[in-house]
Write a protein that binds this ligand. Structure first.
Ligand code: PBG
Length: 324
């Protein structure tokens, strides 16, 4: 059928038709909202490069969680800023570490909230790398044990799911084994399977105070130029026991999300990262774009590419817009 018999505009005539044939929908229940937890009391400090996002002390977390739940955002992912950092990142698995405290607080005050934890050492190491160093390089195998300990400490504190973001080889298997050995066989792993060495993480590194003190992360995070390698990374994580595969960042990597969607049957998550958020916020503040519409269009593009779950700093704003 061609013009003039076929006219695609017939079904674009009004919002009723448009919504009748809409192919992609956003749902607050599939958003994950990142929370940055800091030591101290009564703290809620906005992060300069991430307008609307704050670093929050443990005592104020429940209020934030209730807000999320009210909006239908049922999941959060936790990042911690420890009191002290050291070369081995030992704060990451401390029994009373900042994230462990946050998990206990949230699971006792808002048990219906799904608490996911980011498993990585970069916020806890004095040098800011995602693993421990041997001869000034991040040592893969020595890091695995620390990561497994960290994931286990999160599980013991009550986390609902762990999300390793370090990009060490073999970490999903190591974490799975540690969880299974300690009666957490039912705790799922959302693996940052495909994580690129991206400049879009800039604002996050300010927020979480985790910029590497020397060098960069290109020795463990992926080269932005690679697609086939992404499929290989994802295959490895599936074989090691990942339950959900994540792609990060999201918008500059929609092709990767789409490829993973085609190739794998596990749920796919995408992390719409700090820099991607900050760019929209900044342009909207200047009045150069309509912030709400660009937010919605951006999150839709991630969904359309094939992500089920979207980790996003826009979770609450978008949930509000969906209700309006
Ligand atoms: C590592 C981690 C990072 C992000 C999430 N987990 C930073 C990095 O790898 O440098 C970035 C998230 C964002 O930019 O929003 N723990």
């Amino acid at each position: 059928m061609v013009f003039p018999e076929y006219r695609p505009r017939r079904l674009r005539k009004n919002e009723a038709f448009r919504s009748l044939i809409r192919e992609t929908h956003l749902s607050a229940a599939q958003f994950v909202y990142p929370l940055f937890v800091v030591p101290g009391k009564n703290k809620q400090e906005e992060i300069a490069s991430m307008p609307g996002i704050s670093r929050i002390s443990v005592d104020k977390l429940a209020k934030e969680a209730e807000q999320c739940l009210k909006l239908g955002v049922n999941s959060v992912i936790l990042f911690g800023l420890p009191e002290k950092k050291d070369a081995m990142g030992s704060g990451a698995h401390a029994k009373n570490g900042i994230v462990q405290q946050a998990i206990r607080e949230l699971k006792s005050k808002t048990p219906e909230l799904t608490v996911i934890t980011d498993v990585c050492l970069c916020e806890y190491t004095s040098h800011g790398h995602c693993g421990c160093l041997i001869n000034k390089t991040v040592d893969n195998d020595a890091t695995l044990e620390i990561l497994a300990k960290t994931a286990l400490s999160h599980a013991e504190a009550g986390a609902d799911m762990v999300a390793p973001s370090d990009m060490m080889d073999g970490r999903v298997a190591e974490i799975r084994a540690a969880l299974d050995e300690h009666d957490f066989a039912n705790l799922p792993i959302m693996s940052y399977a495909v994580k690129y060495a991206s400049a879009f993480y800039g604002p996050f590194r300010e927020a979480a105070d985790c910029a590497p003190q020397f060098g960069d992360r290109r020795g463990y995070q992926m080269d932005p130029a690679n697609v086939r390698e992404a499929l290989r990374e994802a295959t490895l994580d599936v074989d090691e026991g990942a339950d959900i595969l994540m792609v990060k960042p999201a918008v500059a990597y929609l092709d990767i999300i789409s490829k993973l969607r085609d190739e794998f049957d596990l749920p796919i998550a995408a992390y719409h990262v700090s820099g991607e958020y900050a760019m929209i916020k900044a342009a909207a503040e200047k009045g150069w774009i309509d912030g709400d519409r660009v937010m919605e269009e951006t999150l839709l593009s991630i969904k359309r590419a094939g992500a089920d779950i979207i980790v996003t700093y826009f979770a609450k704003d978008m949930a509000r817009l969906l209700r309006a």
